[in-house]
Design a protein around this ligand. Structure first.
Ligand code: NAI
Length: 348
């Protein structure tokens, strides 16, 4: 009997997973969770893109993160190499050509929510730090400079907050910021009735721009939202507005926001994501010369605070990412389906 079980176990094909964009916090958590699943994990530090796609040959699954680039050419190479599934260990899937993947019969799964609290709380952190200039105060006090000049902030109480995108993260952010006693205006393609019942007012983007003191972005990156914050949007905003983006970099036209900062229309800018972040984020550049002049220009403004895509990065979120990713892979490899399958948008 025991022998049969053993030989059956032998027959069971081990799922081979190529994990791209690996960092210690990824492999550390994956190795623990994998004890339950027994997948054959191979870790690659490099991102998955055209040049590194051949590394995926012979794997059943590629597991990727926010800055891997899986467009048509990469998908064709993955298919030829036998890959059946792309397991995103993040919520956003703008970096994968979903329609092409479906056409090639490659499944795409994601982690729809690992901790909306983490991102919403980080957004609030950026707002508070920018307003009260905590990032500057920290260095000053350490240097023995206890003067207050240049550190003047404003009460968030009674200010108007414009929230673009009221999904999981946007809703939690609204809950947090409402604690300050603010007026919240929202814009979403699909307004949420429950939020309306709680007093959130859905308005047009133009009204958000015209009336908000703080604008926070929580919509996904799509063709519609690409550069949603452009020179025209900025021109329509109140002078000295605070813009915070913890969603996806290309929601903001960087050149336009730099002009907005120079003219003073944009009084504060908080970014956890950046249009060209693939070339920079998640790597250590302390000993290197940064070639991205726009990014370097952004760093010169005293009223800009940038974090490197860390809004999600809490113990709870990392744990959820690992568990959901492994469940997704197991489910898809056994059934060809998953609750977290990403499908191309239906044409109307
Ligand atoms: P969600 O899918 O729950 O909510 C997105 C909302 O945006 C939905 O209510 C949807 O109707 C709305 N939306 C879609 N198209 C729109 C448009 N054209 N204009 C206005 N609203 C539109 O997503 P969730 O979980 O709230 O995440 C939001 C975004 O946050 C993700 O797409 C992802 O890009 C980003 N994110 C960033 C992280 C970070 O570490 N910085 C971590 C996780 C997510």
């Amino acid at each position: 009997m025991a022998q049969t079980v053993k030989s059956k176990e032998k027959e069971k094909k081990v799922v081979k997973v190529a994990v791209f964009s690996t960092k210690n916090w990824v492999s550390g958590s994956f190795n623990v969770v994998n004890k339950k699943y027994g997948f054959e994990l191979t870790y690659f530090e490099s991102r998955l893109y055209k040049k590194t796609a051949p590394l995926a040959k012979g794997f059943d699954v590629v597991c990727i993160f926010v800055n891997d680039q899986v467009q048509e050419d990469v998908l064709v190479e993955l298919k030829a190499g036998g890959v059946r599934l792309i397991a995103l260990r993040c919520a956003g899937f703008n970096n994968v050509d979903i329609a092409k993947a479906e056409e090639l019969g490659i499944g795409v799964v994601r982690v729809p929510a690992y901790s909306p609290y983490a991102v919403a709380e980080h957004t609030l952190g950026l707002i508070l730090a920018l307003n009260r200039k905590l990032h500057r105060a920290y260095s000053r006090v350490r240097d023995g400079n206890f003067a207050l000049e240049g550190l003047l902030g404003f009460d968030i109480h009674k200010k108007t907050i414009g929230v673009i995108g009221t999904g999981k993260i946007g809703q939690i952010f609204i809950g947090l910021i409402s604690g300050f006693g603010c007026r919240v205006l929202a814009y979403d393609k699909f307004p949420n009735k429950e939020l309306e019942a709680k007093g959130v007012k859905y308005v047009s983007l133009q009204t958000i721009y015209a009336e908000s003191d703080i604008i926070s972005l929580h919509c996904p990156l799509t063709y519609e939202t690409y550069h949603i914050i452009n020179e025209y949007a900025i021109r329509a905003m109140k002078r000295n507005v605070m813009i915070v983006n913890t969603s996806r970099g290309p929601l903001i036209d960087t050149a336009a926001v730099i002009e907005g900062l120079k003219s003073g229309v944009v009084g504060y800018l908080g970014l956890d994501v950046y249009e060209e972040e693939e070339a920079l984020f998640f790597e250590d550049f302390t000993e290197k010369v940064i070639q991205d002049d726009q990014f370097v220009r952004l760093q010169t403004f005293p009223n800009v605070l940038i974090t490197a895509h860390q809004a999600f990065f809490t113990h709870e979120a990392v744990d959820n990412i690992s568990h959901t990713t492994f469940e997704n892979i197991e489910e898809y490899m056994q059934t060809g389906n998953s609750n977290n399958l990403v499908l191309p948008p239906k044409s109307e």
